[in-house]
Each structure stands twice: as structure tokens, then as C-alpha cells.
Design a protein around this ligand. Sequence first.
Ligand code: EPU
Length: 421
Amino acid sequence: MDKLSIDGGVSLEGEVRVSGAKNAALPILCAALLTPEPLTLSNIPRLNDVRTMQALLGQMGVKAERGDGTLTLVAATVDWPLAPYEMVKTMRASILALGPLLARCGEARVSLPGGCAIGLRPVDQHVKGLQALGAEIDLDHGYIDAKAKRLVGTTYVFDVVTVTGTENLMMAAALAQGVTTLENAAREPEVADLAECLNAMGARIRGAGSDRIVVEGVAGLHGATYAIMPDRIETGTFLTAAAAAGGEVTLQGARAGTLQAVLDKLAEAGAEVVADADSIRVSRRGALKSVSLRTAPYPAFPTDMQAQLMALMTIADDTAVITETIFENRMMHVQELKRLGADIEVEGGTAIVKGVRRLTAANVMATDLRASACLVIAGLVAEGRTTIDRIYHLDRGYERIEEKLSALGARIRRVSEAGGE
Ligand code: EPU
């Protein structure tokens, strides 16, 4: 199992290019199930989650071919509308196959994801929404068994705002008969990116990116070429790393409009943030100020940046109150940050972070994807050599993170199980 070794205390300088967004790529890969024609995607990030999704689609009979910076998927036929437990347990986003499979094949069998490290994460909204579209659904031995000759458009009001739930229903509704209106839909930019791709495939979707999405069902979708949006969470992670370590870093290919809440917090904390159409530059020379935040659905502060901002706040000048409202167990990085000398108390979903003068190196363990990113940021500022174990979490969602950080001057390297590099 690989580890990361970081010698902290070096400021970051230079430019880094943002990769394609993991959480846009995963639903868009599933959209390939909706058409027998080729879907050619560019800006696909090279991540373990993307490879897992490709493997899952491959099991269903989808052919994949890598081109020059592109990935073409062809679901000429779907032989096997099944997402087995073995795949779903390694990646919850496998649930995104449910809507497209049902719409394309009239049936689907998808394992229930169950809880994960950050919370219970039920999928009741996916199930209720598909039932509202006319699907018959049985829950059988941990599987969702869904059937529908053809889904029929309706109005569905989500009880909770769910990103993949919205994406699943939007994909299913694209091939339904009649008009579907999704109310209280997730407004995340990745939902809008998926809708744009579906529209390029011939779907008729309006309002994605707002909380009311209207999908006019069509009889069939065709092939398309589509470029995945840049990853706003990777962008935010590098900006936060630069704000923590000091120096000046430019994120090329970043879309500032997709992470305004994060940029605002970084500026409040004392970083200088300058955004233009295609890049964001962040620098920090002075002291860091403590800023409080509360996670909430887009456009508010994203849960996927909570851990990284907490790492930044560990070395700020006062006390920050950080409240997680999306997932009930997304504070596991706190214990690890404490090993590095952070002063943090957790009460329920709230962490009270008292800034300390410095962090000092330790051996820490990554518990989930964004917790890993938080530990990398803390390792970059801690004095001495920090080792982060279980970085397979990081490889799920960050493309070549240690190479990108090294290019900015960080002293970071991957150490493989055998002790080599
Ligand atoms: N929820 C329900 N019922 C449902 C669905 C969700 O109660 O049927 C609850 C969840 O338990 C949670 C809240 O609603 O409390 C929001 O969950 P959501 O469904 O929006 O999360 P998700 O779609 O499973 C996506 C991202 C996550 C990100 C969340 C929140 C993908 C593949 N995953 O998950 O990304 O944290 O939205 O923004 O898009 C990550 O990249 O590290 C990551 C975890």
C-alpha cells in the first residue's frame, strides 16, 4: 500500500493545470448507457474511480477505447443491466447506472451501496423518484430490482437535495415518455455539466443548475463529443494548499464561477485571490485569519472542501467554527490533524478549531478522499517529515497529486509498500 512522505515548511510557487472533474465524469460515463452510438469524452481525469466506472460499464457490455486525450464509449447493446455488490461496495457512484439502465433496458439490478466512511448515505430519493416515473422497484437481498416498460414523465419533488439522485432521475427522464419536472433539484455545476452532455446527445433538458429541472423525454439519444468540466474541488484543494503553505500559485483551466464560496472564504482568511476567465491565482504572504463556515448544497460552501479548509484553519490566528451539515460522519480528519499538533474540539457536526503557531510532523492515516487531501495540506505546513498512510483514497479522486505539488516546489514523494519510490 503506497504512502506519501512530505517534508513540510516549503511555500508553493508556480502553475498547475486543473484536471477534469471526477464528479462530472462519473455520471457522464453512465450517460453512455443511454445510446447505442459512440460517446466521445475529453478531459477525462485519470483516476481510480473513473477506472472502476469503466470496468463496471465494461461488465455490462459497453466497449471503451482510449484515443488521443479522449475516451470513446459504445453501448451498442447492453448485455447485462447489473451493478453487482462487489463493484458498488468499492464505489458508491455505481448507483448512477440505475437510471440509465432502467431507461435503456427496461430493467436494472443494482446493489444498494450501504453506508460508507463519511455517513449512512441512503438512496431512498433515487428509488422514490424512479417509482414516481412509473418504475416497479423491489428491494431484494441488498439489491434494487427495477423494471419499467417505458418510464412516464411526472413532477417529482426531492425531500432532500441530492446530487447523484438528481443526476439519476435526469438521465432516466431523458428517455421517458412526456415531461418530467424535478423540483428541489441539486444545483451543483456537475449536474449542469451532465445536462449539457445529455443535450449534446439529443436530450431536451432545461434548468439544470437551478433547483427546477424540466426534462422533455425523447424516443432515443444519439452519439456526441463532450469535454468534461474542470474539477472545482481539485481547484479548491490546490488553492487552499497554496494559502496554507504560502507563496503564489496559479490554477490554469479553472472556472472561478463554480467555487465562489470557497474563493470567498480563502479571501476572508487573508489570501489574495485573483480570478479571470480561465485561471485563478492565489497568494498569501501575511498571517492567516480564522474564518468560520458551514457546509450546505451548492452554491454554499461544499462539503467536499470542508476538511481542506479545516487544515488551513489549524494555523490561523484565532478560533474557527466549522459545521458539517451534509454528512453525519465527515470529521474523521480531526483525530489525524491533532496528531500534527492541531487544537480541535468536535461537538456533534461542529468542529471548533483554535489556531496554533505551528504544526509538527507525524505519521497519519487517510480515512476518505477529502480527509486525505486535508492531511496533504497539513503535511505541507507541518515542520518535519509527515507520512500519510492509506493514500489509495487519494488516488480515487486526485490525478497525480504528488507530481502536481512537486512541480510547485513541494517536497512530497510516494513511497511504495516495498519501500521503493
Ligand atoms: N441523501 C438521502 N437520500 C438519498 C440521497 C441522499 O437522504 O436518496 C442524503 C445523504 O445522506 C446526504 C445528503 O442527502 O446527507 C446529500 O447527499 P448526495 O446524494 O447529494 O451525495 P451523493 O450524490 O452521494 C455527491 C458527490 C460527493 C459529494 C456529495 C455532496 C458524486 C459521485 N459524489 O454524492 O462527492 O460529497 O454529492 O456534494 O458526485 C467526493 O467527491 O469526495 C464526494 C463524496
